[in-house]
Design a protein around this ligand. Structure first.
Ligand code: ATP
Length: 232
């Protein structure tokens, strides 16, 4: 569902990503770990088509991102640390608008269902998004991803700044989505959530993916030790 082949990004004075090779299947949750500046956001931006590779290629659902910039947007949803929504519109209106942009015309009852499934409290649905907490905005982001039937979900530090309960709810939602076959690729500093929600973790150091492991063989302490091993 997501693939990188010798993907490389050279900025004028920084090699941000050095020849990444990776495949992520439907239903997988891949968590990318690494220190600040390791190249995680660059990798996500290459999959989104926000930056162009210096060489190699990124693929979403078999389509080369750089050659199919519009088509790939139909297959993916992106949740950054701060989900970009229209603050003067309600959650319901935001979801309606973003679904329409993705080509789906839903009835209000369907939009409400998506927001409810994403865990947004019913009282908030008709409230302006400008009054939402960060966790609530993340839930609208998930509702948008589900409503547009995204096959791939890209997330950049989605749980940073969420309280433990909101972070837990968010992880459960990701688990549900991957259970429905969505491929999830998440850059995070949250080792605890990575182990909990991830099917695999990868560690990036100075633009290089130095280790990839299934989380099923790692306890929390082992993951922390592994991370420290590569980042010291
Ligand atoms: N537009 C740019 N121009 C020049 N250098 C850049 C650009 N974007 C990123 N870089 C550099 O590329 C390297 C990788 O940055 P990137 O943002 O991908 O790291 P990251 O792992 O996401 O870090 P963080 O955890 O802080 O978000 C850094 O050294 C960064 O300064």
């Amino acid at each position: 569902m997501l693939e990188a082949k010798d993907l490389r990004k050279q900025y004028p004075d920084k090699l941000a990503l050095q020849g990444l090779n990776l495949q992520i299947e439907a239903g997988e949750v891949f968590c990318l770990l690494g220190q600040n500046g390791a190249g995680k956001s660059t990798t996500i931006n290459l999959f989104l088509g926000f930056v162009q590779p210096t060489s190699g290629a990124a693929y979403i659902n078999g389509l080369e991102v750089a050659k199919n910039p519009l088509e790939i947007k139909r297959h993916l949803a992106y949740i950054p640390e701060n989900v970009m929504l229209y603050p003067h519109l309600t959650g319901l209106e935001n979801l309606g608008l973003f679904s329409q942009l993705a080509g789906f015309a839903y009835a209000e009852s369907e939009l409400r269902d998506y927001l409810e499934q994403a865990g947004l409290p019913p009282e908030a649905v008709q409230r302006r998004v400008g009054t939402y907490s960060k966790g609530m905005r993340q839930k609208v982001g998930i509702a948008i991803a589900v409503a547009k039937h995204a096959k791939v979900l890209l997330l950049d530090e989605p749980t940073s700044g969420l309280d433990p309960k909101a972070s837990n709810e968010f992880s459960e939602l990701l688990g549900k989505l991957s259970g429905q076959g969505t491929a999830v690729f998440m850059a995070t500093h949250d080792l605890f959530r990575a182990r909990e929600v991830g099917t695999r973790v990868g560690i990036m150091r100075e633009g290089e993916l130095v280790d990839v492991r299934p989380t099923s063989f790692l306890n929390a302490n082992e993951l922390e030790q592994l991370y420290l091993h590569y980042t010291h």
